[in-house]
Design a protein around this ligand. Structure first.
Ligand SMILES: Nc1ncnc2c1ncn2[C@@H]1O[C@H](COP(=O)(O)OP(=O)(O)OP(=O)(O)O)[C@@H](O)[C@H]1O
Length: 617
């Protein structure tokens, strides 16, 4: 498998060592028994060829010299090594697969636990971090598993190689030198090839991510409508194939280079080995070498060469595994994205209200200011409406209230305490919200509501009450499997196996009500934020929703955002944002009397309705 990395082809030795220690430690913790068993098997598998060659030598020597004693035992020993050689690699494969699965689970657990530390959104919205996260998510488990596998394979190769060289040293040191010399070109060429492969992985990264993007676009549901309507299939298909061709061209060039090098290497190795063999046969024919020694030499030459080639291959693979682990490590060790105090205070129940004091905010240093000195008071027990044109900064205020980001200047206070001093988890437990871009989860109806408060996941009566409050209870009751019906046609669960058609797709407005039900599960929360809660609702439903909201939120603090000004006219305070600044605030009648932006927009919408009515009558 080709894996893109972004770490560069070189890792500083200290960093590489730290990664190696961490990755091996992680493997050990994930599967101690499997790793120990694999190590034992690697040693055995490495010894088998040496043992077989040595036993063969003994058999041949005894046959030639006519001393037949112990031949049966040696024969049985040879049969035993053959059997072990046939069986052990399969056992290793199984142990290795088990270990890789255990490592994959632990790596995944650690990665997602690390993500929980990013309590804000800024880090996730950073494209470079997203790249790193994608690679870590796709390949994080490969690093430790691959590294451990390579280290064990290295142990196996080293044992095989030193075994053969040791045996040759005992017989004839010159033979050992000859075998090593014949293997040196292999070492040199393989190291060069490793470097080329690591560099290629970096070049492939660009193609791979874009290839994935286009293929997901073509098979996914989100873009399916536009692709069909605008006839984009060919356009995106060509782009995807372009990326794939780019990837294949890069691989092709390296494969060709590798093939040439390997052929040369093979020829050189054969020539060197052949020279050694001819020389050894000459020495043996002079009677200075026994026939068994000759056999041992003939086994040792390819044995050392292949062990060395495998060793160098493993070193390259270890390098690659460490590069992969670098991404995973960067994500797992990344600092929290919001500065948290050493001892954050739990958010107390809201008593006085929330206040934004001279809040300035932009999404990044090179972005324009989105909020410019916003002062805003959300008094306890009242409903505040936030209105303004597209891009005025309304949803940004919501995100700051949830502390997904911190203001760059100024501060936000919860009963006088800066949000930065509060524990974000405790703060969020006091908030209820429906976001403009709420999620439609491919889960059951019950689960889709329960995500608003997981404590209610088994409490059907609470889920039903929330659904009824959001005006979607009857619709959910009527689903094929009631609240257990999947709200998707993408998956089906075990209960649906007999009839996989029972998943249901809701309409946009119905989804909006499900999202509202989620927030109604937290009806008692200290601050309810509704960002365009009625955008997908018909006029009757919208009127009904606002009636319910008034009842549910009586005496509680709410922030309501809507472009339909008629829906917010009954709010206690209406705040008009323009270009990130508060330009007007007051009650509906007051703002209409002032005759500013709010009055102009309200009249514009009202005249639209009047014209429609006139057209109809
Ligand atoms: N995650 C983000 N990263 C960078 N810029 C952003 C991000 N979210 C919003 N913006 C920018 O901030 C500005 C204000 O956006 P915001 O969503 O707060 O406006 P809004 O008043 O809610 O608009 P709308 O009525 O269209 O929902 C816009 O110019 C937008 O491009």
């Amino acid at each position: 498998m080709n894996v893109g990395t972004g770490a560069g082809v070189r890792l500083a030795p200290a960093r590489a060592l730290r990664h190696a220690r961490d990755a091996l430690g992680l493997t050990w913790r994930a599967a101690p028994v499997g790793t120990a068993a694999d190590l034992g098997l690697a040693v055995l598998v490495g010894l088998i060829p040496v043992l077989a060659a040595w036993l063969t030598k003994l058999v041949l020597d005894r046959l030639v010299t006519g001393t037949g004693t112990g031949l049966v035992v040696l024969g049985m020993g040879l049969a035993g090594t053959a059997a072990a050689g046939a069986v052990l690699p399969h056992v290793r494969k199984y142990v290795e697969a088990e270990r890789s699965r255990a490592v994959a689970r632990m790596v995944r657990r650690r990665l997602y636990a690390a993500l929980q530390r990013f309590v804000g959104l800024a880090r996730l919205e950073n494209p470079a971090f997203q790249d790193q996260l994608q690679v870590a998510q796709q390949t994080g488990h490969l690093g430790p598993a691959q590294l451990t596998g390579n280290v064990l394979a290295t142990v196996q190769s080293v044992i095989g190689m030193t075994g053969f060289i040791g045996v040759l040293l005992v017989l004839n040191p010159w033979m050992a030198v000859l075998v090593l010399l014949a293997a040196l070109p292999t070492l040199w060429i393989q190291l060069r090839l490793n470097r080329g492969r690591a560099a290629m992985l970096l070049r492939l990264e660009h193609f791979q991510r874009r290839d994935l993007f286009f293929s997901q676009l073509l098979i996914g549901i989100p873009a399916a409508k536009e692709i069909r309507l605008f006839g984009l299939g060919r356009f995106f298909g060509d782009r995807m194939l372009g990326e794939l061709s780019g990837m294949h061209d890069t691989e092709h060039r390296l494969d060709r280079r590798e093939m040439r090098a390997q052929v040369l290497l093979g020829l050189f190795g054969a020539a060197a080995a052949g020279t050694g063999i001819v020389y050894t046969i000459g020495v043996a024919s002079d009677g200075r070498l026994k026939i068994g020694d000759l056999a041992l030499f003939l086994a040792a030459v390819p044995g050392v060469q292949s062990a060395l080639a495998s060793l160098v291959g493993q070193i390259g693979a270890i390098h690659q595994a460490l590069l992969l682990f670098d991404h995973y490590d960067a994500v797992v060790r990344a600092e929290p994205d919001l500065t948290l105090p050493a001892a954050p205070r739990p958010a107390p129940p809201l008593c006085a209200g929330i206040e934004l004091r001279d809040v300035w905010f932009r999404y990044a240093e090179d972005h324009p200011w989105v909020l410019q000195g916003v002062n805003l008071h959300l008094p306890y027990g009242s409903t505040t409406a936030l209105v303004g044109l597209n891009g005025a900064g309304k949803s940004t205020v919501v995100k700051l209230l949830c502390r997904f980001y911190d203001p760059e200047r100024g501060s936000i206070h919860w009963d006088g305490v800066d949000l930065r001093d509060l524990d974000p988890v405790s703060l969020r437990s006091r908030l209820g919200a429906v976001f403009q871009d709420f999620m439609a989860y491919d889960l059951t109806a019950a689960e889709n509501i329960a995500v608003g408060d997981l404590a209610a996941i088994e409490d059907r009566s609470r889920l039903r009450a929330a659904a009824d409050d959001a005006g979607i209870g009857d619709r959910l009751d009527a689903l094929p499997r009631g609240y257990d019906t999947l709200l998707t046609r993408i998956f089906f669960d075990h209960g649906d196996r007999e009839d996989p058609q029972t998943g249901v797709v809701l309409s946009g407005g119905q989804w909006q009500r499900v999202a509202l039900a989620r927030s109604f599960l937290r009806a008692g929360c200290d601050l309810l934020i509704l960002d365009e809660p009625s955008a997908g609702l018909d006029a009757e439903a919208e009127h009904d929703l606002h009636r319910r909201l008034r009842r549910l939120r009586q005496g509680r603090t709410s922030l309501l955002i809507s472009h339909r000004l008629n829906a917010v006219r009954e709010a206690d305070v209406i705040v008009v944002l323009d270009g990130g600044r508060v330009v007007e605030q007051g009650g509906h009648d007051e703002l209409m009397t002032v005759g500013g932006d709010y009055a102009r927009l309200f009249d514009l919408q009202a005249s639209g309705y009047r014209e429609e009515n006139a057209g109809v009558s």
